[in-house]
Design a protein. Sequence first.
Length: 115
Amino acid sequence: RVRPLLACPHLMAARRREVGGWELVVVRWGVLAGSMTTAPGADPRPAVELLRASARVVERPGRVGEVASIEETSLLADWVLEEGARIVEIDGDPAVLTWPIGAAVRHRKVLASEE
């Protein structure tokens, strides 16, 4: 379940907050590169732009998993695969990830079998 994140140069995902607004995360090569929340009722698009521009630059590793700990990437994979999580954007080969924009949790068993 972690390999797709370890092989992805940039992924931004979002989840709706219970109090309104969104939680946004950027994952680069399996590392948390940035995160932010938006206010309830606010348009999330400016936050997406700001987070994309301000997220930490993570250089491409020489091998998969070289720059990320398995613990960190596992926590991020759990977050991204949580029901209600949405993929906002992805850079690189989209075939790296098999998670759809909605209901990514459906693919947890498939990804787990890949380990």
